[in-house]
Design a protein around this ligand. Sequence first.
Ligand code: FE
Length: 342
Amino acid sequence: MSNMRKTTIKLATISLLLTCNIAQASSEVNVYSARKEALIKPLLDKFEQSTGITVNLITGKADALLQRIRIEGKASPADIFITVDAGRLQRAKEAGILQAIDSEILNANIPQNLRDSDNLWFGLSQRARTIFYSKANVNPSQLTSYEDLADKKWRGRICLRSSNNIYNQSLVASMIDNIGAEKTLTWATALVNNIAKPPAGGDTDQLKAVAAGVCDITISNTYYFGRLMNSDKADDKKVVEKVGLFWPNQNDRGVHMNVSGAGVTKYARHKDNAIKLIEFMTSAESQAWYAAVNSEFPVLETAPVSKALTSWGSFKADSIALNKLGENNRQAVELMDKAGWK
Ligand code: FE
């Protein structure tokens, strides 16, 4: 009898545990994000409010989070991996930590070139990596293309971010696809020959260096300039006054574009919630938020953009499939090394 009772209790306990697990499974989602909390949390809060699904957020460096998901394996609590740059999203794909998602909403909201060809990752916001110039020392009529920055008229006048940053790696990867490796190497070698000082600092540092007269030209993601435009600091305002934005390659392939994006992890325990959250991030409201808060371009074509973004004027964007940026990454890094790009 006591045996029988024990079994009953055990079964009851097990079924209770199962019920709890199911309840939990339907009410939460775990996000590992390489984006800073300020650039993602408000959106996650909105999702929580509108769906009742609790979002647990862990932030960290992209490569460390990727490694963590890989090491955690099947036991990983992560349902979604969020990071910036198609090159890093491709790394996550190649590391085998993501699973393919078939979502009509994502396919409809995100242009094909801004998501993975195997549906493993999805672009959520776009950034343009463009040319910035000193208004005092450069007439924008002298500017045409990324290729032209290799011209000797720019000798000693260019500031560049280091080659170990993925943004320039992805730019070079796009050029390998567009003009071929040989021409890209010739270009990169001549470009490095034109620098004013050894590469150092982030994109904002390059913009500040142009404003300070250290160099006349740089390449930066547009949202860094947008942040300076939206800043209340007098120093930042001065930088914006002194620096101009130029859209290159308007007569051919267009401006180099990249994305921030997300994928559902291979062993996601809250897969449905994870899909729901990524879909939510492509809604008109979320897309407008990216533009307003971080000066990024929406992936959803119908989403409204902020004042800062419209003030830069319309431009032709390179429509290269962003998978290529990741696929060409290793070759780009080797090529930059050969070119002497520190
Ligand atoms: Fe950035």
